[in-house]
Design a protein around this ligand. Structure first.
Ligand SMILES: *Cc1c(COP(=O)(O)O)cnc(C)c1O
Length: 363
C-alpha cells in the first residue's frame, strides 16, 4: 500500500474522495447507457438532467433568489476578467468600472478589463504586499459606475473580505474562485459572483457565473457569443458544446456538499481547520503568517519559515510524508496550505503535527 497523500495544492485542487470514486465507478457506463458521460451529447436528455440538477443543487446550497441565473462559461475564472466589462461596462455611460486591488488575481482582473472600459482602482494594498484587504467606504463608490469588482478570497495570501462593502445601487461583483461555497453568504447582495471550478467545485477550464437577471441587458455589441452572459443564459449554458465532464463532476461535488450538511456545516469545519494552523503560527515566531490576522480567511494559509533554505527542507520532507503541493505561489514564495472544502480535518491535523515536529528538529 502506498501512503495516504494529502493534496494542499491551490488549484486544480483535491476533490472529495467519494466523488472521485463515483466518477471512477460510472466512468465507462453512465447510468446504464453503456457509454461514458464524456461520450454523450451535451443535448442528450441524460446530460440535460445532469446540468439542471447541478444548477438546482447550487440554488439550494446558496439559497439563491429566483432572479439570478446560474451559468457555466468557458475559459475558467480569468476569461471572466474580460467577459465582465464586455457584459457590464455598458451600465455606465462612460463605461466606468471600479476595482479593488487586494492581491494578484485582483490586479489581473483590472488589467484584463482595461481593454473594455474606463477602469478605476479605488483602493489597493499593493504597497503593503497585499497583507490586508484595503479599506473601502461608501463615499469611494461613484454611483455612476457600472460595477464594483472585488476578489472575495485572495488565493496567494489567504486574505478575504470578512464583510463586503456596501455599494448602494452599484452592482457588486465578486471573484469567489478560491472560496465558492466555503461560507454562508447572502447572494441578494451581489450583482454577480463567479468562480473557476478547479478550487472548490470541480475540474479546471470552466467558470460558474451567477448573475442577477437585470444585469444581462448591457453587453457591448462586440461581446463574443460564448462570453455573452445573456446568450449563455438564453441557451442555458449550451450555446456550443459545454464542458460536460466538468459540469457532471461539479454536480457530484454539490451533492456531496449537501450530504455534509450544506454550506453552514462546511463553514464550521473550514473554520476549525484554519484555526488549527493559525493557532500554531500564532504560538511561535518560527512560522510567520503573510497577512494581518484580522483578514484571515479559511481557504489558503500562507506562511514563511526563518529562511528559504528551511522552507526548501520543509517542502522536501513534507512531500516525503505525503503532504503534497505546499509550495507557495511563484510570485510570493514560502509555504501555502490550501485547505478547501474537500480537505479533511485529518489532513490538516497531519500537517500541524509535521509543522510542530519540524520546528522542534530545526528550530
Ligand atoms: C485561481 C484563481 C483565478 C484563475 O482561475 P483560472 O480558472 O485559472 O482562470 C482567478 N481568481 C482567483 C481568485 C483565483 O483563485
Amino acid at each position: 500500500m502506498s501512503q495516504q497523500v494529502y493534496n494542499f495544492g491551490a488549484g486544480p485542487a483535491m476533490l472529495p474522495v467519494p466523488v472521485m470514486e463515483q466518477v471512477r465507478d460510472e466512468f465507462l457506463n453512465f447510468q446504464g447507457m453503456g457509454v461514458s458521460i464524456i461520450e454523450i451529447s451535451h443535448r442528450a436528455k441524460q446530460f440535460e438532467k445532469v446540468l439542471l440538477d447541478a444548477q438546482e443543487r447550487f440554488r439550494q446550497l446558496t439559497n439563491l433568489p429566483d432572479n439570478y441565473k446560474i451559468l457555466f462559461v468557458h475559459g475558467g475564472a480569468r476569461m471572466q476578467f474580460s467577459a465582465l466589462p464586455l457584459n457590464l461596462a455598458g451600465r455606465s455611460a462612460s463605461k466606468k468600472c471600479l476595482y479593488v486591488e487586494s492581491g494578484n488575481f485582483a490586479k489581473l482582473a483590472n488589467k484584463d478589463a482595461k481593454a473594455f472600459g474606463d477602469i478605476q482602482v479605488i483602493a489597493s494594498s499593493a504597497d503593503t504586499n497585499y497583507d490586508r484587504i484595503p479599506a473601502v467606504d461608501p463615499s469611494m463608490i461613484d454611483q455612476d459606475a457600472a460595477y464594483l469588482h472585488v476578489t472575495g478570497n485572495n488565493t496567494l495570501y489567504g486574505s478575504r473580505w470578512q464583510t463586503f462593502p456596501e455599494t448602494g445601487a452599484v452592482p457588486l461583483i465578486v471573484d469567489q474562485t478560491s472560496e465558492m461555497l466555503s461560507r454562508v453568504l447572502d447572494y441578494s447582495k451581489f450583482g454577480c459572483v463567479y468562480a473557476g471550478l478547479q478550487k472548490n467545485l470541480g475540474p479546471a477550464g470552466t467558470a460558474l457565473v451567477v448573475i442577477r437577471e437585470d444585469l444581462l441587458e448591457y453587453a457591448s455589441p462586440q461581446t463574443p457569443a460564448l462570453l455573452n452572459y445573456k446568450v449563455c443564459a438564453g441557451d442555458n449554458s449550451l450555446t456550443n458544446t459545454a464542458n460536460t465532464f466538468a459540469i457532471y463532476v461539479t454536480g457530484l461535488v454539490l451533492e456531496w456538499l449537501q450530504q455534509q450538511g450544506g454550506v453552514a456545516a462546511i463553514e464550521k469545519i473550514n473554520e476549525q481547520k484554519a484555526k488549527i494552523l493559525y493557532d500554531l503560527i500564532d504560538g511561535t515566531d518560527y512560522f510567520r503568517g503573510v497577512i494581518l490576522p484580522e483578514f484571515r480567511g479559511t481557504m489558503n494559509v500562507s506562511f514563511n519559515l526563518p529562511s528559504e533554505e528551511l522552507e526548501a527542507k520543509f517542502l522536501k520532507e513534507a512531500g516525503e510524508v505525503g503532504l503534497y503541493a505546499l509550495k507557495g505561489h511563484r510570485s510570493v514564495g514560502g509555504i501555502r496550505a490550501s485547505i478547501y472544502n474537500a480537505m479533511p480535518l485529518a489532513g490538516v491535523e497531519k500537517l500541524a503535527g509535521f509543522m510542530k515536529e519540524f520546528e522542534s528538529k530545526n528550530g
